[in-house]
Every structure is written in C-alpha cells, then in structure tokens.
Design a protein around this ligand. Structure first.
Ligand SMILES: [Zn+2]
Ligand SMILES: [Zn+2]
Length: 365
C-alpha cells in the first residue's frame, strides 16, 4: 500500500475543493481500510460546504458520508452486522458508531441520537485517522462501525446513497409505523430522500402517493418511481394553491400521512396538508431555521414524528430494499458522475438542484 492517497478537501466555505495528498493511516486493531468504489453527495455535504451545521474550526475536511467501498485491508478478523466473516475484496457500507454507554444507547435504545455518535465527512483531514470522508481514494473504517455487505444486485452508487439518504428514510418509516391500504401519502420534496420515500410508500401499500417537488426532471423521476400524482413547485408558487391541490386529491380532507423530504422550511406548509388526526413525518434537514409550526397543529390531533440519522439495521434495510426491487426505475436516482478532480463541480451542480444526486468515482481519471 502507498502511504498516502488523493482526496478532495474543503479548505474554506464555498471555495473550490482542493485535491490533496492525505496520509493513509496505520490501522487500529479491528479497523479496516476501504477502497472507495463510489461516493455520492448528500444535501448535508452541500450545507457543510456552505458553512451550516458544522463545528467551528472544522477545516480542512474531506466531505462525503455516503460511501460504498471495497475492503482493502483489515487489522484482525471482523464480521459484518449479521455475524458473517468479512474478507478483503468484500463490497461494503459501514454505519456511524455510537458510544454504547450513554442513556440513549443503553436505556432509550436510540443510538442514532447518542451525543458521541461519530459522523463521516466532517472530520479534520490533517489529524489521525485522516480519511473519514468519501471524496477520497480510500476511507478509514473505525473499529466500532457496523459493516454491511452490499448485495451483488445493487450498483455501487445506489449502495452509497443507502449510507445516508435511504437508510434515514427507512428509519423514518419505522418510526411512522404501519401505512394502511386506504391511506394517501404526500411526499414533500423530489430529491434523493423524497424519491426513495415515494418508492417505499408505494411498496407499503399506500392507497395513493402524491408528490410536490421541483424541478421538472426530478418530478418526472417521482412519477417513474410510483407517484400517482405530482405537482411541480415551480408551476405553483402560492402555498395556498398547493394546499388546495392536496385537498383536491384527498376528498377535501388532506393527506393521511405527509412526509417532509425537503428542508425544515417546508414543515409549516406540510402540516397544513395533513388531514385532521393524520401523521406528519419530518425527514429532510437544513433550511433557514425560521420555520414555525402553526398553532393550529394543537387542535388537529396530528402526530408529529421527526427522525435523525439511523441505526445500523436501517443501512441493511436500505440495501436489501434496493436489491429486491430491481423492477423499479432506479436509474433516475443517480444522475451524473464525476472524477475526484471534478468534485467542486459536483458540489455546484448539487447546490443548484441541477441533478438528483452526483456520484464521485475517485479512482477514475
Ligand atoms: Zn451513546
Ligand atoms: Zn446525508
């Protein structure tokens, strides 16, 4: 193995990324090194590049927390999440490790909100173990991570997207509970979260799945993945008209279930689209921070559910869903590929909503 590799590094907010040589670390016992097959970008990567949701003094860091990799090295025997042995050459994802000792890990059993949970894509690239982001030729897999093998049927870019967007959607549906066959689900947003949520809601026997999103090419993918009716935000700028559209599709009641897959700013409008007594699931993060939930939620008997990250089984659920729903039109989910040297362009395209999800192939030139 060489002792360093190439990585796209963020050195300043909104600045073009720099491709730098970063050390390949020695492996702690039970740690692994993964050769990055595909790194997809998530909205959170763009928010961090813009300076939102990051710790002060974060620079420099390697972005990317949706990585599908191939095990290159292991320091001692390891098993995957299901207990089967891992070996060099396995194609894998790996979860965010939580501490296993705190109130949330041990008593509440909600490890995704452990205060000490580790994240990828926001760690110093000049401190050991250096390689904790996907936009690099290699990524370090710390010993406490649960490792999930990727089924052969799942292409690496889709598997990578399962490492954040899709597993969070799976966690959200788990928290939402059963969808009855008479229930109409409205999905707010037609980015990666929203599109995957449409596919899962359709799969869970919802009566109808509605989508409000933008721009037009993403809304087209929403239809391809099973949305029964779509509304392009760009065509209907008045929120009151959008609320009326939902009522028109639900006998005047509003949707039984609304799933927010946009940003927090979409919550007030979305809550107004839920029927009395319905459920609201908020998945999308980010936004201006100014969204205020309307007071009338108090008298509407609405269940409000939010979700943060996911637990290791949701990584598994997401890749297994992809592996067993081969008949769905997944090809619209990953819209453009980039080399490591083009990572800045990928960020710009994602920030401008020009694409659904970019994939970076760090070993392609
Ligand atoms: Zn913990
Ligand atoms: Zn993410």
């Amino acid at each position: 193995m060489p002792n360093e590799c190439r990585a796209a590094v963020i050195t300043g907010f909104n600045k073009p990324l720099e491709v730098q040589k970063v050390p390949i670390p020695d492996l702690e016992p039970k740690a692994m090194l993964a050769k990055v097959e595909a790194a997809t970008l998530c909205g959170t990567d763009v928010h961090r590049w813009h300076g939102a949701n990051v710790q002060p003094g974060i620079m420099p860091f390697i972005p990317g927390h949706e990585t599908c990799g191939i095990i290159e090295e292991m320091n001692g025997p390891r098993t995957d999440l299901l207990g089967s042995p891992l070996k060099k050459g396995d194609r894998v994802l790996w979860s965010y490790p939580s501490c296993g000792r705190c109130y949330w890990c041990t008593i509440a059993r909600q490890p995704s909100i452990c205060p000490e949970i580790m994240y990828w894509g926001c760690n110093h690239s000049n401190e050991y173990p250096y390689l904790l982001g996907g936009c690099a030729e290699y990524q370090y897999v710390p010993p406490p991570s649960d490792v999930i093998k990727v089924p052969d049927e799942v292409p690496s870019p889709l598997a990578a997207a399962a490492a954040c967007a899709y597993r969070t959607v799976m966690h959200g549906f788990e928290r939402l509970g059963v969808i009855a066959p008479h229930e109409t689900v409205l999905v707010q947003g037609s980015g990666p979260l929203g599109l995957f949520a449409i596919a899962v809601a359709r799969d869970k026997s919802a009566y109808r799945v509605l989508n409000i999103g933008a721009p037009a090419d993403r809304v087209k993918v929403a239809s391809d993945l099973g949305a029964d009716a779509t509304l392009n935000l760009d065509d209907v700028p008045d929120p009151q008209h959008r609320i009326q559209w939902v009522k028109d599709h639900t006998d005047g009641r509003g949707a039984d279930i609304v799933i927010q897959c946009a940003t927090h700013d979409a919550v007030p409008e979305g809550v107004a689209m839920v029927r009395k007594g319905g459920r609201y699931l908020s998945i999308g993060a980010g936004g201006s921070g100014k969204a205020a939930v309307p007071v009338n939620i108090m008298s509407q008997h609405i269940s409000f559910i939010s979700v943060l990250i996911a637990e290791p089984r949701h990584w598994l659920q997401a890749v297994r869903f992809l592996a067993t729903r081969q008949d769905l039109k997944w090809e619209g989910m990953i819209s453009k590929s980039y080399t490591l040297d083009q990572t800045s362009q990928a960020f710009e395209d994602m920030a401008a909503f020009r694409i659904v999800k970019p994939v970076i192939y760090p070993h392609q030139r």
